[in-house]
Design a protein around this ligand. Structure first.
Ligand SMILES: [Fe+2]
Length: 161
């Protein structure tokens, strides 16, 4: 804690690696649950905006599929076990599953909230990594957080007016 020197994974203490990886595993979990949520909405969305929403939800799950892999592989670079079960992910995630029965507007709002939750989780994980001098994890968290805020903006723009 409080070490302002930049550290590589190999130089981090076991306690630091455990703390950072635990936060990263929450990010993995929320990204994976949101991947499923986006597929769910991609399949089940209805209404006049079907085409663009079907496509937007696909863009989101394609991005998140890569994102969850990058985050989980960073956990492994820290030499900690990556969360790899759906049950474990649901337990760790602040984003919840949905039964997929919702209007297009409700889906947009639910997905926007999921993106904002993810942005907050990744900002927090990045700050924790920075606290330990782990700038390489911090960088990944910043990039992922920016992507989630971009998707939150895309979704929010559908609700304006
Ligand atoms: Fe599809």
């Amino acid at each position: 804690m409080g070490n302002t020197m930049t550290q590589t994974a190999a130089a981090l203490s076991t306690d630091a690696k455990t703390a950072i990886a635990d936060a990263l595993n929450q990010s993995v979990a929320e990204t994976a649950v949101t991947t499923m949520l986006a597929q769910n909405f991609h399949w089940n969305v209805k209404g006049m905006a079907f085409g663009p929403l079907h496509d937007l939800f696909q863009k989101i799950y394609e991005d998140h599929f890569i994102g969850q892999d990058d985050l989980a592989e960073r956990v492994r670079a820290l030499d900690v076990h990556a969360e790899g079960t759906l049950a474990g992910m649901l337990k760790r995630s602040k984003v919840s599953e949905h039964d997929g029965h919702a209007t297009d507007q409700e889906m947009i709002r639910i997905m926007m909230n999921a993106q904002e939750t993810l942005a907050a989780t990744l900002a927090g994980t990045g700050a924790l990594a920075a606290d330990h001098g782990d700038t390489l994890t911090e960088d990944l968290c910043i990039a992922r957080g920016q992507t989630h805020e971009k998707f939150a903006w895309f979704l929010r723009s559908h609700l304006a007016g």
